[in-house]
Design a protein around this ligand. Structure first.
Ligand SMILES: Cc1cc2nc3c(=O)[nH]c(=O)nc-3n(C[C@H](O)[C@H](O)[C@H](O)COP(=O)(O)OP(=O)(O)OC[C@H]3O[C@@H](n4cnc5c(N)ncnc54)[C@H](O)[C@@H]3O)c2cc1C
Length: 414
């Protein structure tokens, strides 16, 4: 079988890796990536144990390098202006610069014999000669857009504006920082991404964005303004704009609205959608990458059978239909939950304007998916007491080490 992935993001690269592994190196796999090697948008992404579990389960030889490059953050905190920070207990996760993750996946794909074509900007399915074409070309997918009616695509923008920045502050605690300005509330989500640098996604309501002049400020002015608003939370550190090409044509910061993409079907003949081309989830749930990788696993399972099982390329159209039905059904509730998360942040400013107690506000943030009970609430309140927090941290750390051992990580404690 000949498989072509359009897009060398996590979706395209991981599916390519799995196709080579599961076919025992028999299938021809090509990845077309429009960017030059080593160039990508965005800063770091954060993820949970599920992504590392998937890496170890599906490609045990490639997983350790990804694990070694993952940065652990073992605390989460909410800061509202100068008020005492609130701790969200029992939380931890990992993060990695996007450029690092893509470099490692690219290296692994190359080792396995994937034909990687950088600088290859594909305009339509017809340009490609392959038995299966995977549209892994991201949220603005050209392959999908050419057949919008067939796929039944809907793209709904969120209200808020956000910009994906970095900071030279080394953050080791995942921090939500909310600041009041004359034009309304503005906040960031910060987490580690590389040595000496962290990711810092800034978000606010449209009226705050326009009121602060961020809609028209040249990038350097926009950065300086945000640095002054978040001076305390950043401890005086600088914010970093995306790499060259990230700023808008007029030299402004690349402010965006989140776009929720849904599709009625993910298959059109031998063309299938995967990753952000098929579905997006608000960055506030930090799941886009794991869902992208899981799409790759689901597609490989459909085409070749499950990992560790016999490789048996089935009728490819039946396999693609099975992938479409199964994976789309799994994604629907995740997208619903992600939408609730996005809407929570769209109303965060109103809650803060009401002067809600920071511990209560942080509880609402923690429970924004609405799936936590009274016990969690009591624990949240108790977590504000130092010794209780320390006990929770020790228990969480033990849980993390057990999980790492279960998936076959050796000697990983940090
Ligand atoms: C601000 C922000 C923060 C995020 N934070 C997180 C997070 O913390 N955790 C998390 O898990 N997820 C996060 N995400 C989501 C995550 O980045 C995406 O869900 C994930 O990258 C999707 O992978 P993908 O491969 O489907 O698409 P992408 O990563 O977008 O990759 C698509 C690739 O296709 C290429 N391409 C596009 N068109 C063409 C074409 N015509 N021909 C050839 N190549 C093409 C692009 O250059 C790109 O390399 C965040 C997203 C945003 C916007």
């Amino acid at each position: 079988m000949r498989i072509a992935c359009v897009g060398g993001g996590p979706t395209g690269l991981y599916l390519a890796i799995l196709a080579r592994l599961r076919s025992g190196g028999r299938d021809e796999v090509v990845v077309h990536e429009r960017n030059a090697r080593g160039w990508t948008h965005g800063f770091g992404v954060t993820f949970g144990e599920d992504l590392l579990d998937d890496f170890f389960r599906n490609d045990p030889a490639g997983a350790p390098a990804l694990r070694r490059a993952s940065r652990l953050w073992s605390d989460q905190m909410v800061r509202i202006g100068h008020l005492k920070p609130v701790h969200l207990g029992g939380k931890y996760g990992y993060s990695m610069a996007r450029v690092t993750m893509l470099a490692l996946l690219t290296e692994r794909a190359e080792q396995l014999g994937v034909d990687l074509r950088f600088g290859s900007n594909v305009g339509s399915r017809d340009e490609i000669d392959a038995d299966v074409v995977v549209a892994a070309d991201g949220v603005g997918s050209r392959l999908r857009s050419a057949r919008t009616e067939h796929f039944g695509t809907t793209v709904e923008p969120g209200e808020n504006r956000y910009v994906w920045l970095g900071t030279d502050r080394s953050v080791d605690v995942f921090t939500f920082a909310f600041e009041r300005t004359d034009a309304g509330w503005i906040w960031f989500y910060a987490y580690p991404s590389a040595d000496g640098a962290s990711t810092c996604i800034v978000e606010c309501a449209p009226q705050t964005w326009a009121g602060l002049g961020l809609d028209s400020a040249p990038a350097p002015d926009g950065l300086r303004l945000l640095e002054s608003i978040f001076a305390d939370a950043l401890d005086g550190h600088r914010l970093l704009a995306p790499a060259a090409g990230g700023a808008g044509a007029s030299g402004e910061l690349p402010w965006l609205r989140f776009r929720e993409v849904r599709n009625r079907t993910w298959r059109d003949g031998d063309l299938v959608l995967a990753g952000d081309a098929a579905h997006t989830t608000h960055f506030g749930i930090g799941s886009g990458t794991v869902l992208a990788v899981q799409d790759g696993v689901a597609l490989a399972d459909a085409l070749y059978g499950t990992a560790g099982g016999p490789a048996h390329a089935r009728d490819r159209i039946a396999a693609l239909s099975a992938y479409d039905a199964r994976r789309r059904a799994q994604l629907a509730p995740v997208q619903d939950m992600a939408r609730r998360n996005m809407q929570w942040f769209e109303h965060a400013g109103q809650r803060l304007d009401r002067g809600e107690d920071p511990v209560e506000f942080s509880w609402a943030l923690l429970d924004r998916r609405g799936d936590m009970g009274r016990l969690h609430y009591r624990l949240h309140r108790a977590t504000q007491i130092g010794p209780v927090r320390q006990v929770r941290r020790t228990l969480t750390s033990a849980r993390r080490v057990r999980r790492a051992a279960r998936r076959g990580e050796r000697g990983a404690t940090g």
